[in-house]
Design a protein around this ligand. Sequence first.
Ligand code: FAD
Length: 375
Amino acid sequence: MPNTENVDIVICGGGCSAMLLLYYLQQYPDFSKMTVLVIEKETVYDNKTWCFWHDTDHSLQHLISNTWHQVQFADKNFSSTQAIKPYSYSSIKGKDFYDYFLNQLIPELSNVKIIKDEVCSIQKYTGGSSKVICNKGIYIGSKVYSSIIDKQFYTAPIFIWQHFKGWHIKTDTDVFDRDTITLMDFKNCSANSCDFIYVLPYSNNEALIEFTAFSPEVWSDHAYQLKFDQYANMHLKGINFSIIGAEQGTIPMVDYKHSATGSGGQILIGTAAGKIKATSGYGFEKMRADAQILSAQFFKQPIVRQKTKNRFKFYDKLLLKVILEDPQEAVRIFGQLFNKIPFPLILKFLYEETNLYQEALIFSKLPFLPFIKRV
Ligand SMILES: Cc1cc2nc3c(=O)[nH]c(=O)nc-3n(C[C@H](O)[C@H](O)[C@H](O)COP(=O)(O)OP(=O)(O)OC[C@H]3O[C@@H](n4cnc5c(N)ncnc54)[C@H](O)[C@@H]3O)c2cc1C
């Protein structure tokens, strides 16, 4: 018979959104009176890097390893580099993030315990609480949060992978502009594909060169290698460079009707709550803002949780359809967008913070037909 434990808060999954939630919850004085469990099935945390843009000082500033102020976009017809003021583009390394939470913050919180176990199901229990059934134990939480993704998510009819492999390289001469990230470079995009290069320069002679594609199937290692070799031939000819590391990942880009809560009464967080933008794969800032709101709600502050506005879901759905059905058309749309619209406004739009007037301006500069055909 497995152990049963009653606590105030259970957080299912101990990844990014869980840590962000803990970060804001523990800032309330009454948090120390709560008993809290974080249930995570893995012992090794993935080593991704989170990038995001922000317009004010960041509350996790101490974890930010790099910040940039300019963005470059390029395709076969044009290239442009622009300052992104009022935004800055920053990155947090997964290793720094998890080191901070697991080895610094959580050990200081005597009321928080991390349990290595796999959540099998979450059920409604008495008095508004939920019962979390795991392989090794059962946990009753007065409040349960969960970042575990519903299996149905992976069977959504419009489902594309944003998949990538990046090489972290160091050159013996300066070849990168330390203050400019390349957000999308489609110059070397393959036929009938929507793929681009993303470059994060850590210094003038060190950068992450990432090859990203939006497609239903994830590429083989060989396909990424070919892209890297082409890049090296074009940009690094005659330059000595060494490969310091590589990183690879996949992010689902999905048209899915996310719920705020699960069938067991758990409050969904992170990817499971639809906090990752379907057409960009960015979610860190949305998850952080959501964690701030959920923490305030937990401590009875009158604040409403933000939902994605329907019109942004609609735009995402149309663009996902274009990417799926006509990837080259999607490349043309990205080209038009970055050619005609100031980059800070594009970033604002991607964060779903634009108003209708600004969206009308953006759509007036884009080809109409690919969208109309797919309404
Ligand atoms: C490779 C990659 C790079 C990304 N880069 C960026 C970026 O640069 N910027 C950005 O804004 N967004 C980025 N994202 C998107 C998003 O920010 C991340 O996916 C983020 O980690 C999502 O947080 P999460 O808490 O929802 O999921 P996760 O961080 O994956 O956490 C979920 C946790 O739940 C655990 N778990 C799952 N099932 C169970 C179970 N049954 N029982 C117990 N534990 C379980 C998992 O092991 C995991 O630790 C990236 C995503 C990926 C995959």
